[in-house]
Design a protein. Structure first.
Length: 124
């Protein structure tokens, strides 16, 4: 039986990333990855994303900046899409990319803009 935090996390995850993305992720779960998926859903999404302290659009923008700093392009793409689902604007995402380019370095910023361009092209 799933914990209350897991259930809250699953709802937040679906709200931010969409049912299609989450369903695809869950379909690929196997014996190796099941514990990780449960951990991520319960703690990343249930313990953090489901908190009231920051609005979800703000959390999305914070995540975008951190993922740029870490150089995690695949996750960056997921979270830019999530930011748009959360109501972040093109301009807000663009501002985070610009700020990250200064603080994380131009190569990180360049990669972030490449990722964002793909996401925005898909949205058009």
């Amino acid at each position: 039986m799933a914990s209350e935090m897991y259930e809250r996390g699953m709802q937040a995850r679906r709200d931010v990333l969409g049912d299609e993305y989450v369903d695809n992720a869950l379909r690929s779960v196997d014996k190796l990855t099941k514990p990780f998926q449960e951990l991520a859903t319960e703690y990343c999404w249930g313990a953090i994303w489901a908190r009231d302290g920051l609005a979800r659009p703000t959390r999305s923008l914070v995540n975008i900046g951190m993922l740029i700093a870490l150089g995690r392009s695949a996750e960056l793409e997921v979270h830019i899409r999530g930011a748009l689902r959360n109501g972040c604007t093109f301009e807000e995402v663009q501002e985070v990319l610009l700020q990250a380019a200064v603080y994380c370095g131009v190569p990180a910023g360049s990669e972030a803009f490449r990722v964002a361009r793909r996401v925005f092209a898909d949205q058009a």
